[in-house]
Design a protein around this ligand. Sequence first.
Ligand code: SF4
Ligand code: SF4
Length: 663
Amino acid sequence: MAISAPETYAVTVFLVIALGIFTRKLTLRVRYLFAGQGAVRRWDHIPTRVKNFVVYGIFQRKVAREWYAGVLHSFIFWAFVILGASVVEITAQAYEPGWRVALPAIAGVPLNGPLYLAQDAIALLAAFGVGMALYRRYVIRPKKLMHEGMRDATIVLCFILGIVVSLLFYNAAAIAGGTASLPGWKPLSAAIADGVMVRLDPAVWWHVFWWTHVVLLFSFLAYVPYSKHMHIVFAIVNTFFMDLTPKGALKKVDLEKSEGFGVNRVEQLSWRQLLDGYACTECGRCTDACPANATGKPLDPMRIITNIRDTLNDQGRAIVQGHVEGLPDMFQTVHSEEGIWACTTCYACVYECPVMNEHVPKIIEMRRNMVLTQGKMPSETVGAMRNIEQNYNPWGIGWDQRGKWADGLGVKTMAEIVASGEPIEVLYWVGCAASFDDRNRKVAQAFARILRRAGVRFAILGPEEKCTGDPARRLGNEYLAQTMIIANVETLNRYGVTRIVASCPHCFNAIRNEYPDFGGTYEVVHHSQFLEELLRAGRLKPTKEVLQFLTYHDACYLGRYNDIYEEPRDVLYRIPGVRVVEMRQCRDKGFCCGAGGARMWMAEPVGEKVSHRRLSHVEETRANAVATACPYCLIMLDDAAKTKNREDIRRFDIAELLERSLS
Ligand code: SF4
Ligand code: SF4
């Protein structure tokens, strides 16, 4: 059984055309990527990058967060890898009949045998995986996959099915015709040969399946660059170049050197940010996890990524030629302003993305452009920003009132501590919410009393503390944020502060992850960590029963951003009488309260309130209380319970519950 000379000629022409289309498109994409002007540094920490490449790129750990998708995807992915050698072998039949990939032998067993066995098995599994994928798309029909990418995905799945089935039948025909190499290592193909080929002319069917296989293979090669399945190439590259800086740290803007702020054109993004678009698999996990999208806001994180890709494809030629004037900007082609403002920066989209796409930094860059370049921001936020400017807190209460919550508690300020020469163990960073919001002042008071009871030597900054800059920064007002950050770093460094405990996850995240860029490097712990530390050390002994059946709400800036899930739970578990039940969406799948990303200061006129949706998750558990470790979450859940007429569900900070259990 051999390929004739005209067939060789025909297949060569076909191969050259397919390769030409693939290479041309790939080169064009890479050219467009490098038209990105944004700065990015992704060649550092090579060993970590290699590890991430293996874990997330090769073994696709994040894909497996959904078991069904993980199983089917791994069957298909490993088919691509393992069948690579068979593709070469089959194509080579056009030029060198009977040519085989020659692998060495180990202990007398040629490795070609195990390779053929693996190919037989993975071809079957890939066909099964395609069946699972089609079942999911056409029978289960999850909402996240019901978009216009369905047609493309179906075409690709049919290509894959055709390729693996034609391979098995080609091998079967070769076995039936007696020309197969090591047929004993191809049990599935041999079974097909025995069951089907005996009634057919193997030479004819060998030709039919050879042609079917190569036509499908080369057509697939030519089709892929026109589809989202270019992610086959780019997704794996994306994992190598993933962001290795702390998850909660936004990139610092050089306000002196920057000519424009933020981005409103795709070429202003970096090549790595543009690469996200080509890496996207359109799996919809980001949008599925988005609390804004889930509650009806016009925000679709997947669209941000795919629209950046489509805009780059549409405008790429003009961009590389430098003819960008008059082209529509990102607010027209990528996402609406309303959608960009709707983001709570909860990080769920980034966390769920299996190919390490980074949605939040792009949203912040678009906000920076609106605020700093176009002078636009939601009208409701104007007052909060002015309050930060004038009184260093978004509540707008006089800055000199910041330490008022501590009246009568015997809490000293750093200025008093320095004057008295006493040493301190830790600085308590109170934050604006606990300083100015009535409900959260009670939390600060409870925490301060606990610290005193545990004999912790601590101090506060009092009126010298300013907003950490988190709300301004997440709103896109980098200028105001940096003003606050620089002032705070100057104060902390002046007092020689080394250890800070913060009860607000937003303050905790900002000081821990963002202040080092501004010369402020401290050991920063969250109050849940600090309380757990005191409990473990035996400095706190909860003995009184607190009879509460409650659920714990994970704050995004504590959980997803800083991986603190266990400590607050551990504090609750140690309180006698407290019973904890988990919500359906908890830990790294936790659902935002709706306050992050400066959303606390914005109106929410469209859709269901995010906090109401979260309260409905609490209601599902039938718990009669919800505990959290974040003042923003407490405000949002408090508000939701009141407006939904569910005040019977009580709202606590973990410190308040712990204090009750201390005799
Ligand atoms: S950060 Fe949260 S709210 Fe913003 S787009 Fe991502 S999932 Fe949606
Ligand atoms: S951005 Fe990531 S999570 Fe979202 S659709 Fe693309 S691959 Fe999936």
